[in-house]
Design a protein around this ligand. Structure first.
Ligand code: PHE
Length: 330
């Protein structure tokens, strides 16, 4: 094979090399130490000295040409490989988002939002208060002095700050009644949803951290009938027109009279939803509101329990297990 043929063959092989590995092989075969051109160089010695120089020159030119062809191909293949790698590693966030399943709000958040909507539709505004409270807001201002037996029934979680048993995680949302009345002139129409805490051990019907929603109305001439009517309207708006409500006498230090309110089930039983009553005059007075001029009602119930009832869950702990297979259903 003459040198030109060798150049053509090597250039052709280089130009059509499928990938970098194939090119390395071609490089070795033609340009390597034991390659075609190295073998030709060895033969130069056998030539007549008069021909040797020109033959050597031609061989070097040929090696230069073939090297250039190999390098050109190497450039193309390397660029292809880089493009492939980039395409492979491409991270398009909008693209992957459309592939993923979209999330949605947690069941309890949905229930809380719907409750707020229903009450806002009835003319209430939404109020908030802190989760860590003082004894004054969680108990005293609510007519539960230190000696009061009701204080023990709240299973309060205390915080290790200041005087013992003075700072606590709120055991109900009722302290928001006090904070609102302290800062707002009546008439007052508020609901206050939020997290509440008790020393309960989690079981099928209890969570140590749970959610309540509080309602408070203070206006002129407000009485038990307004309370009953408000609860009935809200329950019908939330659960459906066919659901009935009833009040059962009960006791809370911060309302007088006090009641527990129940809702009817399709099976004809009653389910307890929460507590309520006419705001105790002492509570109004504690907040600087004249009980001779103003009166009000309050209610409070658990949002998690409500979600359990509405979706007929077997176990309230499902709400906090964070199992997406469960949560996705709602
Ligand atoms: N705070 C009471 C509880 O957690 C419920 C309640 C609120 C009762 C408002 C009466 C009035 O049990």
């Amino acid at each position: 094979m003459d040198v030109q043929q060798l150049i053509d063959e090597a250039s052709e092989a280089a130009a059509t090399a499928a990938d970098l590995d194939a090119l390395v092989e071609i490089d070795r075969r033609f340009l390597g130490k034991k390659g075609e051109f190295a073998a030709r160089k060895k033969q130069l010695g056998a030539l007549d000295p008069s021909e040797r120089k020109a033959a050597g020159q031609a061989l070097n030119d040929a090696i230069g040409t073939v090297s250039a062809a190999v390098e050109a191909r190497r450039g193309v293949l390397a660029a292809d490989a880089e493009a492939l790698r980039l395409a492979d590693e491409r991270l398009d966030l909008t693209e992957s988002l459309t592939e993923l399943q979209r999330g949605h709000l947690h069941l309890v958040t949905q229930a809380r939002d719907r409750l707020e909507d229903v009450f806002v539709g009835m003319g209430f505004t939404v109020a908030e208060g802190p989760e860590v409270e003082s004894a004054w807001y969680n108990f005293e201002a609510l007519n539960i002095p230190e000696w009061h037996p009701a204080r023990g029934s709240f299973d309060t979680i205390f915080v290790d700050l200041g005087e013992p048993e003075e700072v606590m995680l709120r055991s109900h949302t009722s302290p928001v009644q006090i904070r609102t009345m302290e800062n707002t002139e009546p008439p007052i129409y508020i609901v206050a949803p939020g997290r509440t805490f008790r020393t309960d051990t989690a079981d099928a019907t209890h969570l140590p951290a749970f959610n309540q929603i509080e309602g408070l109305v203070v206006d002129r001439g407000i009485g038990l009938g307004d309370l009953a009517g408000t609860i009935d309207s809200f329950v019908k708006a939330f659960f459906g027109r066919e659901v009935k409500t009833r009040l059962r006498p009960s006791y809370f230090p911060f309302t007088e009279p006090s009641a527990e309110f129940d809702i009817s089930t399709p099976a004809g039983d009653w389910l307890e939803l929460g507590g309520c009553g006419v705001v105790h005059p002492n509570v109004l007075a504690n907040c600087g509101i004249d009980p001779e001029e103003w009166s009000g009602f309050a209610f409070g119930f658990g949002i998690d329990r409500l979600a359990v009832m509405r979706y007929q869950l077997d176990d309230i702990r499902e709400l906090v297990n964070n199992d997406v297979r469960f949560l996705r259903q709602f």
